[in-house]
Write a protein that binds this ligand. Structure first.
Ligand code: NAP
Length: 346
C-alpha cells in the first residue's frame, strides 16, 4: 500500500529544456469513458511538453490523442504547449509487434535524436480471461513487456543519437508478486494457473529483468540510462474492467495518488540530473539490477526475484527470440550496424 507523502515535492522539470529535446511517451490517457479523470489529468507527456520538451505521444488511437491535445491547448491558454495536433502523435499498438517495428522504422527514418523513451502504456485486465495477441502472446506479457522491449531495442540508434538519453519503464510494485518462466511466457503449460494478476505481475517482473540486462549490455559510452519506475497506486483507468461499485470500494480502502501525483516518479526518472550518475554507479559496481525509482522519487529496490541474474539472462534471450531480434542486436546497433527484425516492413 502506498501512502501519499505530501511533502514529496513535485520534481522540477528544467525550464531550460532545449526545444529540440524529444521524448516519446507510449500513453495518451485519453479515455472517452473516463471524463472525470480527464479533467484532472496531468500525464507525463503534458508536463514534459509544458517544460518545453518536444513530446511525441505514441498511441493506438491517434484521433483521441489529437482531441486531447486540442483540449489541453484550449484549457491552457497562454501556456503555449509545444504540442501540435500534427506531428506530436504517432500510431503505436503494443498488441501488434508489427506496429511496434513500423513505429521504430518511422522514428529512426526521421534521423532525429531521441532523449527520453517513456514506456508507460500498460494493461491490467483485472479479473479478465486469458487472451492472446495476434502475434500469439499472452496480452499482459505482450503489452507490458514484449512490445516495450522491442521498441526500446529498435529505438537504440535514435537514443544513441540523443545521448545522454534514457529509457524509462513504468513498472509496478506488483512485480514483487510476479513469477516468470522463460519456458512458459504465455502461462499455458499448466504449471501455473493463469489469472490476470499472474499475467500482470509476471509481465512486470519480466520487464525489470529485461531492463537489468539491457542496462548491463549497453556500454557506458552509449550514454543511455535504463531504469524502471513504480508510480504507486494511481487512480487511472488501469482497473477499467472493475465494476463501478468495486472502483468506489477500492478508492475508499486504498489511498490512491491522483494521476498528477502518480506521474511524479516517471517525470523524476525522465528528467532528474542525478539519475544518469546513479545508473553509472550501479553499472560500475556490477549491481545485478538497474535503477528502480520508487513512488516517492527515491532509489528503490526491485524484488529479490529480479536480482536473479541467471534467470534474467534467460528472460533476455527468450524475449529477443519472441520479438524476432537476434541475440547480438544490442552490440550490433551500438556498433552502428543494422539488425534484421522479424516484424515491420524490412
Ligand atoms: N494506476 C496504477 O495504480 C498503476 C500502478 C502501478 C503501475 N502502473 C503502470 O502505469 C502505467 C500506466 O498505467 P495507467 O495507470 O495510466 O493506466 P491506464 O489509465 O489504463 O493507461 C494505460 C495506457 O496504456 C495504453 N495502452 C493500453 N494498451 C495499449 C496498446 N495495446 N497499445 C498502445 N497503448 C496501449 C492506453 O491507451 P488507450 O487510451 O488507447 O486505452 C492508456 O493510454 C502502466 O504501465 C501500468 O502498469 C499503474
Amino acid at each position: 500500500m502506498v501512502v501519499l507523502d505530501s511533502r514529496v515535492p513535485f520534481p522540477e522539470i528544467p525550464g531550460e529544456t532545449p526545444p529540440e529535446s524529444s521524448a516519446v511517451a507510449s500513453c495518451q490517457r485519453a479515455h472517452l469513458h473516463c471524463h472525470r479523470n480527464h479533467q484532472r489529468h496531468r500525464p507525463p507527456n503534458r508536463s514534459l511538453a509544458k517544460a518545453g520538451a518536444h513530446v511525441v505521444m505514441a498511441v493506438r488511437r491517434p484521433n483521441v490523442a489529437q482531441d486531447l491535445i486540442k483540449q489541453w491547448q484550449s484549457e491552457g491558454s497562454g501556456m503555449h504547449l509545444p504540442l501540435k495536433i500534427d506531428g506530436s502523435v504517432m500510431e503505436l499498438d503494443l498488441l501488434s509487434l508489427d506496429s511496434v517495428a513500423r513505429f521504430a522504422e518511422a522514428w529512426n527514418a526521421r534521423m532525429r535524436p531521441l532523449h527520453v523513451l517513456i514506456n508507460n502504456a500498460g494493461m491490467f485486465s483485472f479479473g479478465g480471461p486469458q487472451k492472446f495477441s495476434k502475434d500469439g502472446y499472452e496480452e499482459h506479457m505482450q503489452v507490458n513487456h514484449l512490445a516495450p522491449a522491442l521498441l526500446s531495442v529498435l529505438l537504440l540508434p535514435s537514443l544513441i543519437g540523443g545521448s545522454p538519453s534514457r529509457i524509462v519503464n513504468v513498472n509496478s510494485v506488483m512485480h514483487h508478486l510476479g513469477f516468470v518462466d522463460e519456458e512458459d511466457m504465455n502461462v499455458v503449460s499448466g504449471r501455473r494457473k493463469f489469472s490476470s494478476l499472474v499475467g500482470y505481475a509476471g509481465s512486470k517482473l519480466a520487464q525489470v529483468m529485461f531492463s537489468n540486462i539491457l542496462h548491463k549490455r549497453l556500454p557506458a559510452e552509449a550514454g543511455i540510462s535504463v531504469l524502471c519506475v513504480s508510480p504507486g497506486a494511481v487512480y487511472t483507468n488501469v482497473a477499467r474492467h472493475l465494476p463501478r461499485i468495486l472502483h468506489t470500494a477500492y478508492r475508499l480502502i486504498i489511498p490512491y495518488f491522483s494521476p498528477e501525483e502518480g506521474c511524479r516518479s516517471t517525470l523524476f526518472a525522465a528528467t532528474d540530473p542525478q539519475v544518469p550518475e546513479y545508473c553509472k554507479l550501479l553499472k560500475s559496481n556490477d549491481c545485478p539490477v538497474c535503477v528502480f525509482i520508487s513512488p516517492d522519487c527515491r532509489p528503490g529496490n526491485p524484488s529479490e526475484a529480479a536480482h536473479d541474474l541467471e534467470k534474467a539472462n534467460k528472460i533476455w534471450e527468450k524475449t529477443l527470440a519472441m520479438v524476432g531480434l537476434p541475440s547480438d542486436c544490442v552490440d550490433k546497433l551500438v556498433g552502428g550496424y543494422e539488425v534484421r527484425v522479424r516484424y515491420g516492413a524490412h
